[in-house]
Design a protein around this ligand. Structure first.
Ligand code: GDP
Ligand code: IMO
Ligand code: MG
Length: 425
């Protein structure tokens, strides 16, 4: 099988974990390349549910090698907790099958404190609604060239010096601006050093590992986190995460050339959800939205927050196809829409009296109105369907409509959370 990138094409939680797990059957390596434990990827195998935040979702397949690339931000304490959970479930997470790039930046305790203090201080309307996991502050330090890298764990003097330098600045913010306690250098150092021996054996050069894999004829899956509209450049800025979520970052975030990215699969939910703050033009704030949120199980895997619910947004999907260079698409959660009389879809936007196929730029988004259309519903249970021709005609029409509008083949239609609840076209 060729190398595959999996990305979310909306605002996250499209079902990436399920597809990584599904496709990992035919793949040798699975690599995370951006984000951190803001992600929550659900995998259900034999009725058992696993929620993965940092460890690639291929870990549940015996024999697959899982890598965490340089583009990820890794909370060492959370990583060790996740290891212990997986060990408790009998999963092999030994250093020869789960490896971390030495260049990966570490989320330090002060990043989490800063993330939460900032969010608390922001006025309503300005809050991002972050996961509070320290993602933004860690990427800031990385770009500011004062970050802590995983390799620093093996050099305690350097690590301590970096912590001391960071706290010199951050403690001023904590005490003077946010009115919270300063952090002590030794306490932070001890917290991180306590888990260092569990992490150091996993460190490697991910870029070279991948080169070797290809020399041996192996295939690689790059597992994206979040979704296109949470991308730091292309999303609904500033209500975004702090990394590039687009497929191109699979190369930079793991240390491979872009020519290695053969197939780019966008994971697309049959409707839209969003966690946290920010514009969401097709959002539904009524009883139907509440009902679909509940029947779709739309509650955050990481924070438990109810996900905001809205209709499919074709301009978002078109933009995602372009920005990611999608080769094909997996449509998930079609089963959740099964009892609707009709399925509303945002086909275009109206802006200043004119209709446009493009998703409006965030600055003018408040003035833009979704132009809605609707497709007939199918009003029956489709969760047991495994063949395209067995889907009701109305369900096929809905899939084909989305496919035509975004100009990208929908190869997979998912009709339930389990690995085998899938129609391959
Ligand atoms: P991710 O972050 O993109 O990996 O997605 P999440 O795991 O956060 O959220 C997707 C949720 O939908 C999980 O609970 C999955 O088990 C579930 N899921 C995935 N595909 C389907 C599907 O086709 N139908 C239903 N009903 N649930 C699905
Ligand atoms: P997966 O990989 C949905 C959202 C947060 C917030 C914004 C910024 O499971 O799809 P951050 O903590 O990253 O600084 O928060 O991004 N967010 C996600 N929403 N799914 C995710 O990941 C998300 N990761 C971050 O809710 O709005
Ligand atoms: Mg998720």
């Amino acid at each position: 099988m060729s190398n595959v990138v999996i990305v979310g094409v909306q605002w996250g939680d499209e079902g990436k974990g399920k597809f990584v797990d599904l496709l990992a059957q035919e793949i040798d390596y699975v690599v995370r390349f951006q984000g951190g434990n803001n992600a929550g990827h659900t995998v259900i195998v034999d009725g058992k549910k696993a929620a993965l935040h940092l460890v690639p979702s291929g870990i549940l397949h015996e024999g697959k090698i899982c890598l965490i690339g340089n583009g990820v931000v890794l909370d060492p304490v959370v990583f060790v907790e996740e290891l212990d959970t997986l060990i408790g479930q009998g999963v092999d997470v030994s250093p020869n099958r789960l490896k971390i790039s030495s260049k990966t930046h570490l989320i330090m305790p002060y990043h989490k404190v800063l993330d939460k203090a900032r969010e608390n201080k922001l006025e309503k309307g300005q809050k991002i609604g972050t996961t509070g996991r320290g993602i933004g502050p860690c990427y800031e330090d990385k770009v500011g060239r004062v970050g802590v890298r995983a390799s620093d764990l093996a050099d305690p003097d350097l690590l301590k010096a970096k912590i001391a330098a960071a706290l010199k600045e951050k403690n001023v913010l904590f005490t003077a601006l946010y009115g919270i306690d300063a952090l002590a250098v030794d306490a932070v150092f001890d917290e991180v050093m306590a888990v260092a021996p569990r992490i150091i054996p996993h460190l490697t050069d991910v870029s070279s590992e991948l080169e070797q894999a290809w020399n041996e004829g192996k295939s690689v899956l790059f597992e994206g986190a979040q979704g296109i509209h949470l991308d730091i450049d292309h999303g609904t800025y500033p209500f975004v995460t702090s990394s590039n979520t687009v497929s191109g970052n699979a190369a930079a975030g793991s240390g491979v050339g872009p020519n290695k990215l053969d197939r780019i699969i966008g994971i697309l939910k049959a409707y839209t959800t969003r966690v946290g703050e920010g514009p969401f033009p097709t959002e539904l704030n009524d009883a139907t939205g509440e009902l679909l949120r509940t029947s779709g199980g739309e509650f955050g895997v990481t924070t438990g927050r109810p996900r905001r619910f809205g209709w499919q947004d074709i301009p978002v999907l078109r933009e995602s196809a372009r920005l990611n260079g999608l080769t094909d698409v997996a449509l998930t959660k079609l089963d959740v829409l099964s009892y609707m009389d009709e399925i509303p879809i945002c086909a275009r936007y109206e802006l200043n009296g004119q209709e446009t196929d493009a998703f409006p730029f965030p600055a003018v988004l408040p003035d833009a109105k979704p132009v809605m259309t609707a497709m007939p519903g199918w009003k029956c249970d489709i969760s047991g369907v495994r063949k395209w021709e067995d889907l009701p005609e109305a369900a096929r029409n809905y899939v084909e409509y989305v496919e035509r509008e975004i100009g990208c083949h929908i190869t997979y239609v998912s009709v339930g959370p389990e690995r085998d609840s899938i129609i391959i076209r």
